[in-house]
Design a protein around this ligand. Structure first.
Ligand code: ADP
Length: 249
């Protein structure tokens, strides 16, 4: 139901890789309309949690709900159809292809298995129309025909955001949306994220603490596959455990 208070609700999520426990009994709620950031040292399990929510890693146990519906057993495409979008790091994937081609490919389920398009639209020309629409939203209309490799890091992140937006998701999982972005483009990339998250719920992983503090309504600190604490940016910044375990590095 659209009025549900949590867009995402996970509980008891455990993920193991060859006996290594990457996530240990993790619970996480993402309130509707909010932006929640996952932080924590490398290997804490942040990306694995995004993958568990989007259906890209098998869970040993646990439950994932989207708007109160149990989606634990839904494959990636089924979650996408229900409005869950995930950004992809395309930096090494489609460098020779243009912005336009990258966006159009993202909407093609069978061949690349990236971001299956939830709308009953599969005609090539309609996908092209959607690609142009999304390019305008993320400010890339002027580089539609440029190979992604020739774009700045900030604009490559905008392409990634565009890929995630092709299916117009209400809930957006973003994996390091500012990775590699230089100082001169941080402000514009943050503005883009702020624009894109209007009317959406966002769960993001990001290492740039300044960005995390500014963008997030709430921050969840992870360590060793578990949630260490959760709080507002001010609460997290002032938490002694967090300072010791992470921020004080
Ligand atoms: P973070 O995003 O917080 O840096 P990850 O979720 O990427 O952490 O990884 C958590 C732990 O799980 C790490 O120790 C990582 O090496 C391990 N891991 C992640 N994905 C896999 C995988 N596909 N196979 C084996 N181990 C993995």
């Amino acid at each position: 139901a659209a009025s549900h208070t949590n867009a995402i609700a996970c509980s008891g999520v455990t993920v193991e890789f060859d006996g290594f426990v990457a996530l240990n009994d993790v619970a996480l709620d993402v309130p509707a309309g909010k932006t929640v950031a996952l932080i924590g040292p490398n290997g804490a399990g942040k990306t694995t949690l995004l993958n568990a929510i989007s259906g890209r890693v098998p869970m040993k146990s646990g439950r994932v709900e989207l708007w109160g519906d149990d989606i634990t057993r839904l494959p990636v495409a089924g979650r996408t159809r229900r409005g869950l979008g995930r950004s992809f790091q395309i930096i090494n994937l489609f460098q020779e292809m243009t912005t336009f081609e990258n966006l159009r490919v993202a909407a093609q389920p069978p061949r690349f298995n990236l971001q299956p398009f939830w709308r009953p639209v599969n005609r090539w020309s309609e996908l092209g129309d959607r690609a142009r629409e999304v390019a305008a939203v993320v400010g890339l209309s002027d580089v539609l025909d440029m190979p992604v490799a020739t774009l700045s890091h900030g604009r490559q992140r905008a392409v990634e955001l565009g890929l995630a937006l092709m299916a117009d998701p209400r809930v957006l999982l973003l994996d390091e949306p500012l990775a590699g972005v230089g100082h001169n483009e941080i402000a514009s990339t943050m503005e883009l994220i702020e624009r894109v998250r209007e009317n959406r719920t966002v769960l993001l992983v990001e290492h740039n603490m300044e960005v995390v503090m500014k963008l997030s309504d709430e921050i969840v600190v992870m360590m060793g596959g578990e949630v260490l604490m959760r709080g507002t940016p001010a609460e997290v910044r002032n938490d002694e455990r967090v300072k010791r375990a992470y921020l004080g590095d």
